[in-house]
Structures are given as structure tokens and as C-alpha cells.
Design a protein around this ligand. Structure first.
Ligand code: ADP
Length: 622
């Protein structure tokens, strides 16, 4: 069975859908992998923004210190002792006093060094005069802060101390006497404390000077390094100002890549080969020409990006899995519906087929029933006619015997009448009465025969009613009596106790017994002592009447055809072969049965079975 639309099977659709899901999944997963770097950049940006306050804090710390120390040289330079010392460098006592003053001031304001330089660059007094590596006697003419201050400007400079070996920031101001510049006062503060503070966090902080050299860093191994190669000019200046040790100016192995919002991604390989990946953000301190950078390790951004991708991939897989399960379920359902539909169609088809067959069979049955009904009607009609014909035939057969029967009593009546007349003449009234009485008996007998004949000739009614079985048998015996007497036949009859009522019709029932008795007599025509046994037996609601003779019995072939109309073994003119057939139908009309067969001890036996009936309150006469 095919369906006109939707010819695609659910399993095909399932494979298609699963293919789509797998394809979509593959595309989405590869897109995720492709998006991974972008996602990482987003997380790097977020990380940078989160850490931005740390940079601001570092910058503010540095700017604060610069501002604080910036004004100090000018203030200290105004001290008269300094100008005096510059004017009299050989005044030992004065120089000592200045040395002490500078030492005390340095302690008070938290400067690492304060020192006084004469116009040739020679240091005449210093706060660290008492130290082994004292600035006193050192010449700093090569330092830019000195030359600037001597020119009347503010000198500022960051350098690695040539004497101390300590990195520091220098501020310098001219020491004046009126308009004359007598020398320079310089102060230096170290930056180690800042770096110590920076080391507390997770981030790295570094400060680049205008040449691009890292002069401050939370990691000491980055000191004097640069993120890229230095220009030859920058190197020359550094060399001339002895700013940094030239041998340490080696660029770091670093790669840089800008991200959004001013952030950069930096990868730095250390000397030991370990790779550090950072998100870098920078802020300028313009007055010093510094660039402060904060480097936040970016591993967590990578981890976050990976986590997000993994989670998304997992979600996608889950969605795909759910979709697959859903599709699987739907397909199963569709398969089931499809199977149910096809089964239903098959069933409908079968039902239609069966209905058509049944309709055909019904038509045939109806036709057959009509034919049978017609045949039955015909049979009934024929049977009724045959009953009548059978009766007439029986009457015909009996006509001779009857005429003999009638003639005999009539002759007797005549002779009794004649006798009566003679006795009357002789005056013997007793004898007359005797003869008249005998005439009366004879007439009664004639009347009885006449009544039976009239009943027999009458067409029977169709209805059944309670009839007296005893009477039917008695009447039948009376009818066949002449025939029996003719062949010297006796009847051996069971004594019937009380009345037995059965369902039937009086005349038809007696006709049955007349037939059976008559056949029995015929069967024993050649017997020397013909006897008919007539027995009765009541079993439950039925009564069995058996008529047995001592004749020759019947062959099997005869038994098979007994009740067929016109079956007879008798000579032509003696039998029509209708008696048993009619009797059979009569008994069947009464709801009873008629069976015939051979008696085990010889002869034939016919059994009439009838339904017992309630005795009517008033015996109905037919
Ligand atoms: P008919 O008496 O006119 O032949 P029936 O229908 O009464 O018609 O009987 C049919 C046949 O059944 C008889 O010709 C006879 O061969 C057989 N038949 C009937 N009754 C007996 C019997 N008591 N013994 C042997 N044969 C019988």
C-alpha cells in the first residue's frame, strides 16, 4: 500500500537530520576554535581593565615622590653656608659643617644623598662624606643635571650612581650669590623602595626612560634591559653621560602585539628559557619623560577563554545530544504511527474485502433462501396433495375390504330383520328383541366405520393441539381391523394406563398408525401366525410408540429409501409408496420423529416419538 504524499521514510529523514546536527556541530566547534584568540583578547582586555588601578597607584606613587623631591634642591641651595663653602673650599671647618648639615638634612627628608658641586664639577661637600665611597672629591661634570643646573635651569636625571652603584634620581639647582652661579647643589633619591612595594602583587611593574631602557622594574633581572633594540644615538648619549652600565644594555627577548583599548600582549622569554605572557598597559609621567608599564600575567585569560570554549562546546554537544535523542524519539514515534497507519489501512482493506465477500455470500444466501422457500412451498403443496392422494389411495385399497365389511353386516342385518319378522309371527318376542338388538349392534358398527372413513377423507388442519394418543391408536386399530382379520393377524398390545396426551392432530396421528399397522400386516402376509407388537414407553417429556412385526424385515437399501415418496416393494396396485413418506412428514409436523429399522430378533420395527402435552380441560374434538 502506498501513500500519495510524503514518500520519504522517517529513518531517511532521521539520517538527514542527524547529518545536519553533526555538520552543524562540526561547523560550530571549528568556529569556536577559530574564535579562541579573539575570545582570549576579550579576556585580556577585561584583565587589563581590572588591574588598571594598580598602574595608577604606581604612577601616583612615583609622581608624588618626584614632586616632593623636586623642590628640595632649590630650598637647600639657598643656605648661605653652601655659597660660602663654594667660595672657600679650603675652609675645612666650614666644609665639615656643611657636610654635617647636608647629612642631617638628607636623613630628615629621606634623601639618599645631597651633595655640593663646584663649577668644575668637583664635589666639595656631601651628605655621605663619612662613607667610604663618598662623593666628596668626585667630579660630576659629565652628568647632564650638573650642566643644566650650572646653566641656571633645574637639572633632573636618572642614572646608576657611578660611585655608589645605586640607581637614583637626581635633581640639581644652581647655588647663587646674587646673580652669580657659584656651583650646583644636587640631591639623589633611590628607587629600591618603590620596587620593593611593587613586588608584593601578582603583577610586574617596570619604568622605561625616554630612550626605552627599563631603569626600574619589580624584577631585578630586567634592570637596564629594553623591550626592543636601542638606537645607536641613544646608546651614545647613555655612554657619554655614564647613565647606565653599557655592558648591561641588552634587549629582552620580547614580542609585543597590540590588543584593544591600548592594551598590548607581551611575551617575554627569560634567560632560563621560561616564557612569560602578559597583558601590558602603560601610563606616561611627562615631567620625567617616563613610561610606567604594568604587566599582568595573562595565563588566566587563556584559561578563561579555553574554559569558555570548552563550556560552549560542551553545551553544544549537549544540545546536539538532546536534539539527537529528540529526533530519535520522534522518528520512533513516526515509525510507530506509520506502522499503525499501514496496519489500519491493511485492516480497512481486509474489512472492505471481507464486507464485499460477505455481501456476495449474503446475496447468494438470500437467493438460496428464496429458492428454498419457494421449494418448500412447492413441497408443502405437493405434500398436502400427496397426503390427500395417499388417503385416497388407501381408501381405494380398502374399498374392496370395506364393501365386504359393509356387505357382511348388511346381510346380517337383513337376516336378523327377517328372523325378527319370523319370530314376531311366531309370537316369540324375546327372540325378536334379541335379533333387533343384534341389528342395533351391527348398525352401530357400520356407523363407526363410516365415521372413521369420513374423518380419514377430510383434509387435515395444519395446527397442532393436545390429542389423546390412546384414542388415535384405538381408532387406527378399528380401521385396520378388517384387514387384520382378513390375514388372521393378532395385535399384542401394551396395556395403557391412563390417558396419554401428545402434541398433534387426531386424524393425522391415527393415519400414521393405520399406515404402520397396515404395512406390518402386509409384511407378514406369508407368516403362519402373524403378530404385531404395539408397545409404549415414556421417557422424559416424550413418548415412544413402537410397532413391531415378525415379517422378513428390510434390506439396508430399503431402509435407506423407506421414507422416500413412491418407494415401494409391493406389487403394482397394492402399494403406492406414499404411506411412510406422508407419515414421516406428519410426525415431523408434530415436532416428533419416525424411525424404521430391523428388530434384532427379526422383523421390522417402526418407532414414533411424540412430545407429551398437557391434558386440556375439555378434550378438543376434531
Ligand atoms: P407402500 O406400503 O405403498 O409400499 P409405504 O411407504 O407404506 O408404501 O412403504 C414403503 C415400503 O417400505 C414398502 O413397499 C416396503 O417395502 C417397506 N416396508 C414398510 N413397512 C414395512 C414392514 N413392516 N416390513 C418390511 N418392509 C416394510
Amino acid at each position: 500500500m502506498t501513500r500519495s504524499t510524503d514518500t520519504q521514510r522517517p529513518t531517511d529523514r532521521k539520517h538527514k537530520a542527524l547529518g545536519l546536527i553533526l555538520g552543524g556541530l562540526a561547523v560550530l566547534l571549528s568556529m569556536l576554535v577559530f574564535l579562541l584568540p579573539a575570545l582570549e583578547r576579550v579576556y585580556l582586555g577585561q584583565l587589563g581593565k581590572r588591574e588598571a588601578p594598580t598602574l595608577t597607584l604606581a604612577v601616583e606613587g612615583l609622581t608624588g615622590s618626584l614632586r616632593r623631591f623636586e623642590a628640595l634642591p632649590a630650598l637647600i641651595a639657598e643656605r648661605p653656608d653652601l655659597a660660602a663653602a663654594l667660595s672657600n673650599p679650603s675652609d675645612r671647618a666650614l666644609i665639615d659643617r656643611v657636610n654635617d648639615e647636608l647629612h642631617r638634612t638628607a636623613e630628615e627628608v629621606g634623601l639618599s644623598d645631597i651633595f655640593l658641586i663646584d663649577p668644575t664639577g668637583l664635589t666639595v661637600a656631601a651628605s655621605n662624606h663619612w662613607k667610604e665611597l663618598s662623593f666628596v672629591g668626585q667630579n660630576f661634570a659629565y652628568r647632564p643635571y650638573f650642566t643644566l643646573a650650572l646653566a641656571g635651569e633645574q637639572g633632573r636625571f636618572f642614572a646608576l650612581g657611578t660611585t655608589s652603584g645605586e640607581r637614583g634620581y637626581f635633581f640639581a639647582e644652581a647655588v647663587r650669590d646674587g646673580a652669580d652661579i657659584l656651583g650646583v647643589l644636587a640631591v639623589k633619591f633611590t628607587v629600591d623602595a618603590f620596587e620593593d612595594a611593587w613586588r608584593n602583587g601578582n603583577n610586574e611593574i617596570l619604568v622605561l626612560d625616554d630612550a626605552g631602557v627599563i631603569f626600574m622594574a619589580s624584577r631585578p633581572d630586567w634592570h637596564f634591559r629594553s623591550l626592543g633594540p636601542l638606537s645607536p644615538e641613544a646608546r651614545a648619549i647613555i655612554e657619554s653621560t655614564k647613565k647606565y652600565p653599557m655592558d648591561r644594555l641588552v634587549p629582552l627577548q620580547a614580542t609585543e602585539e597590540p590588543i584593544d583599548d591600548g592594551f598590548r600582549q607581551v611575551a617575554i622569554t627569560s634567560e632560563d628559557g621560561t616564557l612569560g605572557r602578559y597583558v601590558m598597559q602603560s601610563q606616561m609621567i611627562p615631567e620625567a619623560g617616563w613610561e610606567v608599564s604594568l604587566l599582568t600575567p595573562s595565563d588566566q585569560a587563556w584559561t578563561q577563554a579555553m574554559g569558555t570554549v570548552a563550556l560552549t562546546a560542551l553545551c553544544l554537544l549537549l544540545v546536539a545530544l538532546i536534539a539527537t535523542v529528540v529526533i530519535q524519539r520522534r522518528v520512533q514515534l513516526q515509525e510507530r504511527i506509520r506502522a499503525a497507519l499501514s496496519m489500519q489501512e491493511e485492516l480497512e482493506h481486509r474489512v472492505t474485502q471481507r464486507t464485499a465477500e460477505l455481501e456476495k455470500a449474503n446475496r447468494l444466501i438470500t437467493q438460496e433462501v428464496e429458492e428454498r422457500r419457494a421449494a418448500e412451498t412447492l413441497l408443502r403443496q405437493t405434500q398436502t396433495e400427496l397426503i390427500q392422494a395417499g388417503k385416497l389411495a388407501a381408501l381405494g385399497q380398502m374399498a374392496a375390504a370395506l364393501s365386504h365389511e359393509f356387505n357382511q353386516p348388511l346381510a346380517a342385518v337383513k337376516s336378523f330383520a327377517r328372523n325378527a319378522g319370523a319370530y314376531l309371527d311366531r309370537g316369540e318376542p324375546e327372540k325378536v328383541r334379541q335379533n333387533v338388538g343384534m341389528i342395533d349392534d351391527m348398525v352401530d358398527r357400520l356407523a363407526a366405520i363410516s365415521t372413521h372413513l369420513r374423518n380419514f377423507a377430510r383434509r387435515p388442519g395444519e395446527k397442532t393441539e393436545p390429542v389423546l394418543l390412546n384414542r388415535a391408536i384405538d381408532t387406527a386399530l378399528v380401521i385396520v381391523e378388517p384387514k387384520m382379520r382378513g390375514s388372521g393377524c393378532r395385535v399384542n398390545r401394551d396395556e395403557i394406563e391412563g390417558e396419554i396426551w401428545v402434541n398433534g392432530g387426531q386424524v393425522r396421528l391415527q393415519q400414521v398408525f393405520v399406515n404402520l399397522l397396515s404395512n406390518a400386516v402386509d409384511a407378514m402376509a406369508d407368516q403362519p401366525d402373524p403378530v404385531v407388537d404395539l408397545s409404549l414407553e415414556i421417557i422424559g417429556t416424550r413418548v415412544h410408540v413402537r410397532v413391531r412385526d415378525r415379517g422378513t424385515g428390510m434390506t439396508d437399501a430399503e431402509i435407506a429409501q423407506l421414507f422416500d415418496p413412491f418407494f415401494t416393494t409391493k406389487e403394482p396396485g397394492k402399494g403406492m409408496g406414499l404411506g411412510l413418506s406422508i407419515s414421516y412428514n406428519i410426525v415431523r409436523d408434530f415436532g416428533g420423529t419416525l424411525e424404521g429399522g430391523n428388530h434384532p430378533e427379526g422383523g421390522a420395527v417402526f418407532s414414533v416419538t411424540l412430545n407429551l402435552a398437557e391434558a386440556p380441560s375439555l378434550a378438543a374434538a376434531e
